[in-house]
Design a protein around this ligand. Structure first.
Ligand code: ADP
Ligand code: ZN
Ligand code: ZN
Length: 739
């Protein structure tokens, strides 16, 4: 019998492919998870061996031979392989593509063997035995010597010469201390060479004495190490969740195990990294999108080999293999960035729970505003709820109030009462924080004489005016052009910006508070990985008293001097077509409220609205997020919306709407034959984007298993339909956004 390799190849087809082994291949020694280089059409691709089989549907003389097996042993652990298999089924995505997600980019290319990247050794310095025994304070008269000794103390594995140079430690200084026998030179492997180990220079914080809530949470999770146990850790930003994670990670490390910490895109700042590094030294591997492919591979290797016991990363770090997993943490679990919105549309939090169960380890989901999905699990007792009630220190909840702006005169969206409140708080020496979820100057540019509107030709959307750079920009497809000097339709020069974005509100605020510099924080002012942290630093240093931003400003930052926060426009979310919009609004309001009034000063949160009597707002005002969540869950249950009924969205886009709809109609009819309800096809909320027409089919109701089974049957057929060649399509299980 001929043995054949069944390989998961990274192509958009929901099936595996069989190959003959290469002539020199020892088939008996092969294991699932080894990478295999194979010919595929005219390409050479790297797939993952899934199975060795002896039977195939294709006659063996038609089979191609694999080029080579690339790894001596599988690079993906059994549990990650199973996780991928589960994810492929659950999210109805091709297994080959899912497995590719689990590999660093460098290992997806052909011709790469899987041996660990050779870390280049670089010169570094560390304390000698004598250096350790020397009290840095004995060098009080030589502050640079003292600083260097402190820095090396904070880093028992030493620091790179280059790192020390960056902190202005001169070679002469090092020679001097070396001569005194306090430090020595040696060769150091850069741990993750992307890391600026400034954290090393932050003196380790005095050990905090944890409060009773924190201790209780740590005890509860700690008691479950070594078994599957899901927890919801409920506490506002600043309530000490990270300290809880770190204490648990200590416990996990003491057992010789690894901890995986997933953090939202925006939460993984250099500060977060520095904080973990200050605590765990070089025992961490950090994975985020700002790394080069090589850095990612190195960090991935350190996790996979167990060289790093603490692995911190954004969404895709979930797929890192860990030889000794002990704990998973998902911080800000409600955050939308855990859901991948394109390609393999998985939810990292949901898969993390599955993985924790497979690995038989505890998982902690942290949030002040848990997703309704998570709350339901906590309510039903599936997850154990742990509460951190107070903030470290004083815990007065801020005053939450609606500002009724009906009939009020607004200056670029700012009401008189809001301006007065700002004045009050500024006079008291505090900082104020304003939110508006619309960047740019104005969302529309219109001709005052003929009504012409600047529209993106490739999307059915208006251009946003960016006044400072004098350009029109489409926020949907990214296309842009210069702001016209006159109306292209009637040649009038009377062009009016309609509505207000952050740039315009900034100008208005500046008029009212000319002496106050304003920190405007949105996607336009925070390009580059470090720029957000520079803003945060500047704000904490009180170089700005008025902060204005989109919701990126609401997440995870701690500004102790902010006593007033305001949401300029909440009505949009109250009346959005997306049923999740109220949940997001409530989360935003709560996050913002959690941010106002740290310390002794009582904070105030104001919501400008035309609908102060709206039940969502009144419930939120009186009972906070928990009361809102109860209401929202009851409503969802009534309508059998998620998390009570499953939803799947089948999307299609094509140069003509009819082509997109034709594919979805055929899918709908097929599903109907299987007894499943599908709504549509209808044009997507954004029906034209980047020149392509978009339609969608919403499949809901019924037990999830029936839905899954029907899709598993449908999609491989759909792939072969002629309609599927004329439209681009995708499937989104548990969609988070309907756009
Ligand atoms: P979260 O992760 O919930 O935002 P953190 O763990 O980051 O909260 O804590 C916020 C701040 O309060 C940090 O500076 C932290 O060091 C400090 N902190 C946390 N717990 C305590 C405590 N028990 N005593 C004193 N300070 C604490
Ligand atoms: Zn005109
Ligand atoms: Zn566009």
């Amino acid at each position: 019998m001929t043995a054949m390799l069944r390989v998961a190849v990274p192509v958009p087809l929901r099936r595996l492919f069989d190959y003959l082994p290469a002539p020199d291949c020892d088939v008996a020694a092969l294991k699932r998870g080894q990478r295999v280089q194979v010919p595929f059409g005219r390409q050479t691709l790297v797939g993952v061996l899934w199975q060795v089989v002896t039977e195939t549907a294709i006659s063996t003389d038609k089979l191609h031979a694999a080029d080579a097996v690339l790894d001596a042993a599988p690079l993906l652990s059994d549990s990650v392989l199973e996780l991928c298999e589960f994810a492929a089924q659950y999210y109805q995505h091709p297994l080959g593509d899912v497995l590719t997600t689990a590999l660093p980019v460098l290992l997806r290319a052909s011709g790469r063997t899987g041996s660990a990247p050779k870390g280049e050794m670089l010169p570094g310095w560390r304390l000698t035995e004598l250096g350790w025994q020397t009290d840095p304070d004995s060098k009080k008269k030589a502050p640079r010597q003292r600083a260097l000794l402190l820095a090396l103390r904070a880093n028992e594995h030493g620091l790179l010469q280059a790192e020390l140079a960056r902190e202005d430690f001169s070679p002469a200084l090092m020679r001097q201390l070396a001569k005194a026998g306090l430090i020595e030179k040696f060769l150091l492997a850069p741990a993750d060479d992307h890391v600026e180990r400034r954290a090393a220079f932050v003196p380790a914080p005095a050990t905090i004495s944890l409060n009773p809530d924190q201790l209780a949470a740590i005890a509860a999770v700690g008691a479950k190490l070594g078994q599957f146990a899901p927890f919801l850790l409920d506490g506002v930003t600043g309530s000490g969740k990270t300290e809880v994670y770190m204490a648990l990670i200590d416990a996990v490390r003491a057992r010789g195990e690894q901890a995986l910490v997933l953090i939202p895109e925006i939460g993984l700042t250099p500060q977060t990294e520095a904080r973990f590094r200050a605590r765990f030294g070089d025992d961490i591997a950090v994975l985020h999108s700002g790394l080069t492919d090589k850095q990612r591979w190195q960090a991935w290797e350190r996790a996979r080999t167990g060289a790093a016991q603490v692995v911190i990363g954004t969404r895709s770090a979930l797929f890192v293999s860990l030889p000794k997993p002990g704990l998973i943490v998902v911080d800000e679990e409600h955050d939308l960035s855990f859901k991948q919105q394109e390609g393999f549309r998985y939810h990292a939090r949901d898969l993390a729970v599955w993985r924790a169960q497979r690995e038989q380890i505890p998982i902690v989901l942290g949030s002040a505003t848990p997703a309704l999905e998570t709350l339901r699990n906590a309510r039903s007792g599936r997850y154990t709820r742990l509460q951190l009630s107070g903030r470290a220190g004083v815990a007065t909840m801020p005053l939450l109030r609606c500002l009724d702006i009906r009939g009020q005169q607004l200056d670029e969206g700012l009401s008189g009462s809001l301006l007065a409140a700002m004045q009050r708080h500024l006079d008291a020496g505090a900082q104020v924080l304003l939110f508006l979820n619309r960047r740019g100057f104005a969302p529309t540019l219109m001709c005052h004489d003929c009504g012409w509107v600047a529209d993106c030709a490739r999307c059915n959307a208006h251009y946003t005016l960016h006044q400072k750079i004098g350009r029109l920009r489409c926020h949907h497809c990214g296309s842009e052009r210069a702001k016209p000097k006159q109306c292209p339709s009637c040649k009038s020069q009377n062009l009016l910006p309609l509505g207000a974005g952050t740039e315009r509100v900034e100008q208005a605020i500046q008029r009212h508070f000319p002496e106050q510099p304003i920190a405007r924080i949105d996607r336009d002012t925070t390009r580059g990985r470090d720029s957000m942290s520079r803003w945060v630093e500047a704000i904490r240093a009180r170089r700005y008293r008025i902060l204005l931003g989109t919701q990126m400003l609401a997440k995870g930052h701690d500004f102790p001097d902010v006593t007033l926060s305001a949401l300029l426009d909440v009505d949009g979310a109250l009346f959005a077509s997306d049923f999740r919009a109220p949940e997001r609004l409530a989360q935003l309001v709560t996050q913002v409220a959690g941010r106002a009034g740290r310390g002794e000063k009582r904070g105030e949160v104001l919501l400008q609205t035309h609908h102060p009597e709206h039940p969502l707002l009144t419930t939120l005002m009186s009972g906070g997020y928990p009361a809102f969540a109860e209401l929202a869950l009851a409503e969802r249950e009534n309508q059998q919306l998620p998390p009570f009924g499953p939803q799947v969205l089948l999307r299609a886009e094509a140069p003509q709407m009819a082509l997109a709809e034709a594919l979805l109609k055929r899918a709908r009819d097929q599903l109907a034959a299987a007894g499943l309800m599908a709504l549509g096809p209808v044009p997507a909320p954004q029906a034209l984007r980047a020149g392509r027409y978009r339609a969608q089919l919403l499949i809901e109701g019924g037990p999830r298993s029936a839905l899954q089974a029907a899709l598993t049957k449908l999609l491989p057929q759909l792939e072969t339909w002629p309609e599927a060649r004329k439209a681009r399509w995708s499937v989104d299980v548990d969609p988070q956004e309907m756009a």
